[in-house]
Design a binder for this molecule. Structure first.
Ligand code: ZN
Length: 321
């Protein structure tokens, strides 16, 4: 009779035969509040990377995509990705990735690099918190997040400014800088374990924009980072990444812009049938090592019942390649 641990290992191995897993992270940081559940602590990340290193074959997005284009889905493969371009990817995550020799792709929101401003959803969270704390001030509606994400950047910025004014809060004092600086981005890009990918200019919900606006966000986000780094950027991550956050037009524009891989946040495993421009991922939350292992096992069971975000014909795969 198998022990619980042996059961766990055999479940993981069974899953490994079915496809690769792309983990989606955002932040590695100790936060006082984390409304959007974007952060794992450095200790949790260390435990998770230890498991990834011991049980899986680690690889980058580029290697996984190359395998898909050859009609293969590498078994026991695990890919680590970070969305948005938070500075803690450099200050907190990098040395843990080095410790376990795990490669990672960091998808960078181009307009935020070097910005003294917070990411807009963090600013909104902060405004919601301060509204809750301030006596006599009405609460900020929680569904503002879903409204703001559909707006072009200038309108979104105007709305945040009005909101801050209503709360009597000076925006520049609201939050510390959290995005990568240009120097950090260049140091990350020069690291042999790190691939830099693109995540648009301003992190809009692309499906809410017209094709010209989408193209501007996708193409310019790529060009700006390429100009900084002096090399091509081949991987992309759809902002928000859910099935409603991008559409067929978005995918076509991503392909036309010259990307060879694009990640969604649609849950699932990467199988041979997956479109390299619509890769499913597994969102990682603030889990201990043990919880991470259990979640991965449960995710693998679930994933077998999920359809990939976009199945791909052999001809389409050849065109991407
Ligand atoms: Zn993002």
């Amino acid at each position: 009779m198998k022990t619980a641990f042996q059961e766990q290992v055999s479940r993981i191995l069974a899953w490994c035969r079915t496809g690769a897993c792309i983990l989606a992270y955002h932040r590695v940081a100790e936060l006082a509040t984390d409304h959007d559940q974007l952060a794992v602590t450095p200790e949790q990340f260390r435990q998770q990377m230890s498991i990834v290193r011991r049980h899986y074959r680690v690889m980058g997005v580029a290697d996984l995509t190359a395998a898909l284009c050859r009609g293969q889905a590498p078994g026991r493969a695990m890919v680590v990705t970070f969305d948005d371009g938070y500075a803690d990817n450099f200050t907190h995550a990098l040395h843990i990735l080095e410790e376990f020799e795990v490669p990672a792709t960091v998808f960078v929101t181009a307009d935020m690099v070097g910005s003294a401003r917070a990411f807009w959803w963090d600013e909104l969270d902060s405004l919601i918190s301060s509204a809750g704390a301030a006596a006599g001030v009405g609460p900020v509606p929680q569904d503002l997040h879903s409204v703001l994400k559909t707006l072009p950047a200038p309108q979104r910025d105007r709305m945040l400014r009005d909101l801050a004014a209503r709360q009597g809060v000076a925006r520049e004092n609201q939050l510390a800088r959290t995005a990568l600086t240009h120097t950090q981005l260049k140091q990350l890009a020069a690291h042999p374990l790190i691939e830099i990918g693109a995540h648009t200019l301003s992190h809009p919900q692309l499906s809410a924009l017209n094709p010209q606006e989408q193209d501007h966000e996708i193409t310019q986000g790529k060009r700006v980072i390429e100009a900084w780094l002096g090399r091509s950027v081949n991987s992309f991550s759809y902002p928000f990444g859910g099935r409603r956050d991008w559409n067929a037009t978005t995918r076509r524009l991503v392909q036309t812009a010259g990307f060879s891989a694009a990640c969604t946040t649609v849950p699932g495993l990467v199988t041979r049938a997956c479109d390299p421009l619509a890769l499913p991922r597994c969102l990682v939350r603030a889990w201990s090592g043990a919880a991470f292992q259990q979640r991965l096992a449960a995710f693998s069971q679930e994933a077998k019942r999920m359809s990939p975000p976009w199945k791909m014909s052999r001809g389409a795969r050849a065109r991407v390649a």
